[in-house]
Design a protein around this ligand. Structure first.
Ligand code: ZN
Length: 108
């Protein structure tokens, strides 16, 4: 069901988010420090990182449809930039991509 292209793009982002969650668990960081997380954009081959303090990362993560991406890595086809910061943007998935992101977060 749904658009295979959107499903593939959403899957790439969901995978990056899972990797970041694992990294976050394995390396507890002190408050106020900045950490490098993988860019959570939809490009399967993106290996860029985003510098963000863990508290801000956790806040973004509390929204199941939101992801952190490098500047310019947002895909307007499936997501909208909802917050802009130096070095990264926060995007929120729309439509099917949003539903897939929520479903993935629940089952992770
Ligand atoms: Zn990226």
């Amino acid at each position: 069901v749904g658009d295979p292209r959107v499903r593939r793009l959403a899957a790439n982002e969901n995978l990056a988010r899972r990797i970041n969650e694992v990294a976050e668990c394995e390396e507890p960081r002190s408050a106020g420090s900045r950490a490098h997380f993988m860019c959570e954009c939809c490009k399967a081959d993106c290996v860029e990182t985003v510098s963000i303090d863990p508290g801000s990362y956790a806040r973004v993560r509390s929204h199941l449809r939101r992801f952190i991406v490098r500047k310019g890595h947002d895909n307007p086809e499936i997501e909208s930039v909802v917050e802009r910061y130096p070095g990264y943007d926060v995007v929120e998935k729309r439509g099917e991509a949003g539903r897939l992101a929520e479903a993935d977060a629940m089952h992770a």
